[in-house]
Design a protein around this ligand. Sequence first.
Ligand code: ATP
Length: 320
Amino acid sequence: SPMIVSFGEMLIDFVPDVAGVSLAESYAFIKAPGGAPANVACAIAKLGGNAAFIGKVGDDEFGHMLADLLKKSGVNSDGICFDKDARTALAFVTLKADGQREFMFYRSPSADMLLKESELKLDLIKQAKIFHYGSISLISEPCKSAHMAAMKAAKQAGVLLSYDPNVRLPLWPSPEAARDGIKSIWDQADFVKVSDDEVEFLTKGDPKKDDVVMSLWNDNFKLLIVTDGPEGCRYFTKKFKGKVNGYKVKTIDTTGAGDAFVGAFLQAVAKDPNLFNDENKLKEALVFANACGAISTTQKGAIPSLPDKAQAENLIKEAK
Ligand code: ATP
């Protein structure tokens, strides 16, 4: 089936074993593989899709653990590089009482930031149907140039470009730098997915208002999606816009919900790139993506909780 290449960071989240405690108060941490682009690749593979990941980790136990996990998950790992000197990125994540997450990163710099243009497996990218990326790989060189070169190669080969910024403010020098950096590649994408919070950050406006969302529109886009946790998502195209309700589930950990959603949606696009032009087909894909996002919140960790196709279809059937 058509391949989706996901580009960017793969890292380890250390999450307090007890929810709601601060990093200082926490006695023990759970080691949770993550990095949004890596999660997306795993989500696609879990659904039976053809996914590859491109990125760099340290030539250390954590880096090899992550690469092995991707392979075990059925993701093509030919594009993974190992840095001899730098370490695999680590993030310490606190779940605050309101369910929001806060990140503290260990990067000095971490291996993912050191991916070089010369290390890119361009063949993989050119063969893809979709090239997916975030914004963390834009923060510093040499990874930024590698990211730009990868996008350019994808575009030239007629590959669809998919962008989920996944704003992580602590990694940028300032909020303004984040806003500018994230927007600097805005017009390149065919498809952009943002969360409500990200709309607010990027526009400084009310994300519930359609005209605020549409201020993010670019005429090169085929589709703009705004996700809103349990509420589900809204979609915006040149011709139509609307909302698709989410699913009620017993949520334990929302980490990676957006990635499960994106993976499921991209898998639908890979099978039918004309989905963008047909509102009913688009809605059907978003129903499926919402179900996958919802299921991913019912267990701890981003990758262990990713659903397969049958699980998602069951949730949709049960809710009818
Ligand atoms: P993250 O950064 O945590 O990966 P995100 O902020 O990018 O996620 P969300 O809007 O939180 O994205 O979630 C993406 C999708 O997952 C939602 O549109 C929804 O379909 C589903 N989802 C997320 N949280 C829940 C929840 N608590 N209950 C049901 N569905 C959820």
